[in-house]
Design a protein around this ligand. Structure first.
Ligand SMILES: Cc1cc2nc3c(=O)[nH]c(=O)nc-3n(C[C@H](O)[C@H](O)[C@H](O)COP(=O)(O)O)c2cc1C
Length: 180
């Protein structure tokens, strides 16, 4: 029997972090996967790491120098991960990755990794439509990253008009299933 897959989930500073528990539960249910989480400093202003530790068996990494059982997490996590999922992916983290910046645990790990890496953009429609954001998304794809093709539709259930909008947890898992 093959071992459970290892999914490294990267959280970035988006309002949609409010729903992250549903996405974690859907991934665990769909794939029976092991999950470690890494968070940008901005993500931690939306949701405290302590609220996530009980949802997963793994560790929640919040900065580059933190060990969590590893000597150098941003390198060792890349060997551990079968798949990296950045959800939600902020415009800022998309830009950081497109341009090779690595100033936090999420961007540094993605830069160091050779695992398949999926981005689920999530941002206000004005941001999503900016040429700079679209250029950065295109650069990610050219560099071999997988970017979920989010609709630019209005979400009536959200107080925010999102352009780079997240799919439902089940739809996100259907997309992830092709790469896990
Ligand atoms: C209330 C609030 C909501 C935000 N929502 C988003 C969002 O949905 N998407 C996004 O790209 N940026 C959003 N931002 C801006 C990001 O948090 C900001 O660009 C941050 O620097 C992202 O950092 P990170 O990519 O390192 O996580 C929001 C900021 C605030 C204060």
């Amino acid at each position: 029997m093959s071992r459970p897959k290892n999914v490294l989930l990267g959280l970035t500073g988006s309002i949609n972090l409010a729903n992250i528990h549903s996405y974690i539960a859907a991934m665990q249910h769909s794939f029976g996967c092991r999950i470690h989480i890494m968070m940008t400093p901005s993500a931690q202003t939306f949701i405290p790491a302590s609220t996530l530790t009980h949802s997963i068996d793994g560790h929640v990494f919040v900065d580059l120098s933190e060990k969590g059982g590893f000597k150098m997490p941003h390198v060792e996590l890349t060997h551990w991960a079968d798949l990296i999922v950045i959800l939600p992916a902020s415009a800022n983290t998309i830009a950081k990755t497109a341009h090779g910046f690595s100033q936090d645990i999420v961007s540094a790990t993605v830069l160091a990794s050779e695992s398949p890496t999926l981005f689920f953009p999530s941002m206000y429609i004005g941001m999503w439509r900016k040429k700079s954001v679209q250029r950065n998304v295109e650069m990610l794809r050219e560099d071999g990253f997988i970017v979920y093709a989010s609709d630019t539709k209005l979400d009536n259930n959200s107080p925010f008009i999102t352009g780079g909008s997240l799919p439902s947890p089940n739809e996100a898992c259907r997309f992830i299933a092709d790469y896990i």
